[in-house]
Design a protein around this ligand. Structure first.
Ligand SMILES: Nc1ncnc2c1ncn2[C@@H]1O[C@H](COP(=O)(O)OP(=O)(O)OP(=O)(O)O)[C@@H](O)[C@H]1O
Ligand SMILES: [Mg+2]
Length: 258
């Protein structure tokens, strides 16, 4: 298999005033692996994701990306232009609020097609056909291709954001609470859809969630954060069935009791 991590973080620290949002966090992610980051509100999950993606600079520590050619790149050492290029091509982002990941006034087909154009596709007919295929893949009828996402429901918007992100087949996708704002019934279908697409495309995913059920369904491995530190990590089934840290035990038992 792949013996080099696709993403590797060492000793990440970041404070906001007196708040230690990240306190010596190290993480490895392998190609094709889904890693869930779970923990209570304020534990540092979103901050960690932004630092891993190079959007926020840590006070200390490093993030290294293993590129497809077998080289490694320092995520916080590259230029902003280089990082943006990676974000457009080899990486993808699924935001909790689809409005942050979509262009609300542009048609659904345009939202998907735009990503294809960004990686160099120039043939209008191909782009439109590929966009239509992706809409169907995320269960949006082809007939809605010219509608803008502001006319879509919350669940449809989130599925559109996923189509826009995955159409270019990124190797690495960052997701922050992708089912966060949705009804429980809509969440379950969306999680199934994400699971199928991620497995099919073999994408590596870092999934931030406070939803243990989502982590159970999607993730191979998970890390549990508390107050900016990783307090436990391991294979998802091991962590959830045999939690070792008292905080993980509390997290798992409180979900079971709910
Ligand atoms: N830009 C910022 N300025 C000041 N404090 C911040 C900033 N971003 C995050 N924090 C603080 O860092 C800590 C971690 O926040 P973060 O958003 O990473 O938590 P989280 O685990 O994603 O929480 P949630 O589950 O509520 O989204 C919190 O105490 C938060 O208030
Ligand atoms: Mg968050």
């Amino acid at each position: 298999m792949n013996d080099e991590p696709i993403l590797s973080a060492r000793g990440l620290r970041l404070s906001f005033g007196a708040v230690r949002a990240l306190d010596d966090v190290s993480i490895d992610l392998w190609p094709g692996e889904v890693l869930a980051i779970v923990g209570e509100s304020g534990s540092g999950k979103s901050t960690l994701l932004r630092v891993l993606a190079g959007e926020t600079r840590p006070d200390a520590g490093s993030v290294t990306y293993g590129d497809p050619q077998g080289g490694t790149r320092d995520v916080h050492g590259m230029t902003e232009a280089a990082r943006r290029r990676l974000a457009r091509t080899e990486w993808g982002f699924v935001h909790q609020d689809p409005r942050d990941g979509l262009r609300m006034a542009v048609s659904a087909g345009g939202n998907v097609g735009e990503r294809l154009m960004a990686v160099g596709d120039r043939h209008y007919g191909n782009i439109r056909e590929e966009a239509a295929r992706w809409l169907e893949r995320v269960e949006i009828p082809r007939s809605r291709i010219d509608d803008a996402p502001r006319l879509f429901s919350g669940g449809m918007r989130q599925r559109l954001q996923i189509a826009r992100t995955l159409v270019t087949r990124p190797r690495l996708v960052f997701m922050d609470e992708p089912t966060g704002g949705l009804d429980v019934s809509v969440q379950a279908r969306l999680l199934d859809l994400i699971r199928a697409l991620v497995a099919d495309l073999g994408i590596a995913v870092i999934l931030v969630t406070h939803d243990i059920a989502a982590a159970r369904l999607l993730a191979h491995r998970m890390v549990v954060m508390r107050q900016g530190r990783v307090v436990e990590e391991g294979l998802t089934d091991r962590v959830l069935d045999d939690p070792r840290h008292p905080y993980t035990q509390l997290l798992v038992s409180s979900v079971l009791a709910a």
